[in-house]
Design a protein around this ligand. Structure first.
Ligand SMILES: Cc1cc2nc3c(=O)[nH]c(=O)nc-3n(C[C@H](O)[C@H](O)[C@H](O)COP(=O)(O)OP(=O)(O)OC[C@H]3O[C@@H](n4cnc5c(N)ncnc54)[C@H](O)[C@@H]3O)c2cc1C
Ligand SMILES: NC(=O)c1ccc[n+]([C@@H]2O[C@H](COP(=O)([O-])OP(=O)(O)OC[C@H]3O[C@@H](n4cnc5c(N)ncnc54)[C@H](O)[C@@H]3O)[C@@H](O)[C@H]2O)c1
Length: 448
């Protein structure tokens, strides 16, 4: 028997949850479906569990930095206990999420959703039909096409490790490699990053990344740039990772090899062709209202849409846009001005708005306020050798075009610049604001 709804949402992550809440409270009949435990990437396999592990790593890091400044004694991570700490947060999520949907009157399906027609889906043998379908399936690690790729452990595997092996290799040099390497090294593993680009964290300011690399050195993380992984061989209980650098082959022995080489929309298996949902190079073709250009019954949000950067606040924003368009007809477009992004390294690095080169490419005229500021009080008080910023302020308008921070509190202070960019506050507005002292924010005036 076919079950019918106003809207079926594929996924139960951030995008799906926000959309389901808005649509059900407006009186629409809504169903959600997931083949994994309910909750999605951020809460179960991404942002939050990673931050739980980083809490331990940051504590160890801080104690070590304070050696010789009044703090003595060794500190180390007890991996199994840290994992229990993490699970204390993540384990209850699926049931709580399911209850939240139930309380909202949202129907729940478990299984892989697959289109069988423009507005129909098969879910584990059941047929579900809807006026509209929202694709909120998130992203999955990209296939690398390497021999031995099956030996790679993904973010879910790393964040669920019962024990941390002695030698860890991360393939890739973006967010995942930067963050996981910080955790693994503070937990005592020998860590190597194989990054095929010229530098780590290519989405962040190059000068600030340069300053940040000192913290990788200090943590003993072996960062190999311009290094492309070619194959992974299993040898008993361990692995040999074969790579090339500038045409030269080399190999590294590892007990764990982690996929940190990027993620792409999880569209495989949806049978989009059956619903006439067009794609282009692995991405959905969407109009400015996040609606499929080829099937008006279908919308998408979050990492599955990847119109904005694949980050949790963007998934939530997209979901609000899609819900508004479903409820009142197409009228709302996503607005990605001032989306901040943080890589939670130790210390963190953050960005919002335009990069220096982007601003130059757009022909904008701006004043560049930049300083390596490891001698400032904020850095010295935390015994943190990495601290610096780059802020772009437009000539004439005094608008903040972009802000780039590395060091203590960068993950929080970036939000003040996000607020300024999104709401058109000027550099003078920020300077005129009294921030509590001494906090990370109290440096903002000196960054302008
Ligand atoms: C390790 C890691 C750390 C991260 N840290 C941060 C961070 O600190 N800050 C930040 O902003 N972002 C972070 N991100 C990114 C963030 O997690 C994502 O942008 C966000 O979770 C995407 O939410 P979503 O709702 O679009 O998709 P998801 O949360 O991925 O939800 C998609 C859901 O759809 C389900 N699904 C997929 N296909 C099907 C199908 N065919 N049928 C049924 N169900 C299906 C999946 O099982 C999944 O539960 C991180 C990502 C990773 C991997
Ligand atoms: N703090 C956060 O907000 C956060 C944290 C983790 C993940 N995320 C999200 O998840 C997404 C995926 O993160 P990610 O770190 O996997 O991807 P990424 O896109 O940030 O970085 C992937 C890196 O891997 C490199 N690479 C690709 N193939 C390679 C190969 N064969 N050998 C060596 N290097 C290779 C690329 O040059 C790139 O620098 C991000 O785009 C981000 O949106 C966000």
């Amino acid at each position: 028997m076919t079950q019918r709804f106003d809207v079926v949402i594929i996924g139960t992550g951030t995008a799906a949850t926000v959309a389901a809440g808005r649509l059900s409270s407006a009186g629409r009949s809504v169903a959600v479906v997931d083949w994994r435990p309910y909750g999605g990437t951020c809460v179960l396999r991404g942002c939050d569990p990673k931050k739980m592990l980083l809490a331990g790593a940051a504590a160890v890091d801080h104690v070590r930095r304070m050696h010789g400044h009044g703090v003595t004694g060794d500190s180390r991570l007890a991996w199994a206990e840290l994992m229990r700490f993490k699970r204390g947060f993540t384990d209850p999520v699926p049931a709580a999420r399911e209850k939240r949907f139930a309380d909202q009157g949202v129907a729940r399906f478990h299984g892989r959703a697959r289109f069988t027609g423009p507005d129909t889906l098969d879910i584990a043998g059941e047929t579900v039909q809807a006026q509209h379908v929202v694709i909120a399936v998130g992203a999955e690690p990209v296939r690398l096409g390497l021999p031995g790729e099956e030996h790679l452990v993904d973010n879910e595997g790393f964040l669920g490790l019962a024990a941390l092996p002695a030698r860890v290799v991360l393939v890739g040099g973006g967010y995942v490699a930067a963050e996981f390497s910080q955790v693994a090294s503070r937990a005592g593993a020998e860590v190597t990053i194989l990054q095929h680009g010229e530098r780590m964290l290519k989405g962040f300011d190059a000068d600030l990344v340069g300053w940040l690399m000192k913290s990788f050195d200090d943590a003993g993380i072996d960062v190999r740039l311009r290094s492309t992984v070619q194959a992974i061989d299993k040898q008993g209980d361990s692995y040999k990772v074969h790579a090339t650098r500038d045409g030269q082959a080399f190999a590294i022995d590892a007990d764990l090899v982690v996929h940190a080489a990027g993620r792409a929309p999880a569209l495989e298996g949806l049978d989009l062709a059956a619903a006439h949902v067009a794609t282009e190079r692995g991405r959905l073709r969407l109009n400015e209202y996040l609606q499929s250009t080829s099937n008006p019954a279908v919308y998408a949000a979050g990492d599955a849409a990847q119109v904005g950067p694949p980050l949790t606040p963007v998934s939530s924003h997209d979901a609000k846009v899609v819900a508004a368009n479903l409820l009142e007809g197409n009228h709302r477009k996503p607005d990605y001005r001032g989306v901040p992004s943080v890589a939670f390294t130790l210390p963190p690095i953050a960005r919002v708005g335009l990069g220096e080169q982007q601003a130059r490419d757009q022909g904008l005229r701006f004043e560049l306020h930049t300083q390596e500021a490891s001698d400032w009080f904020t850095a010295r008080q935390a015994s943190q050798p990495v601290y610096g910023h780059k802020v772009l302020v437009e000539h004439g308008t005094d608008r903040i075009l972009g802000a780039h921070l590395a060091g203590p509190h960068a993950d929080e202070v970036i939000n003040l610049f996000a607020l300024a960019i999104r709401h058109g506050l000027t550099a003078q507005d920020l300077k005129d604001t009294m921030f509590a002292y001494p906090t990370g924010a109290s440096d903002v005036g000196y960054m302008l």
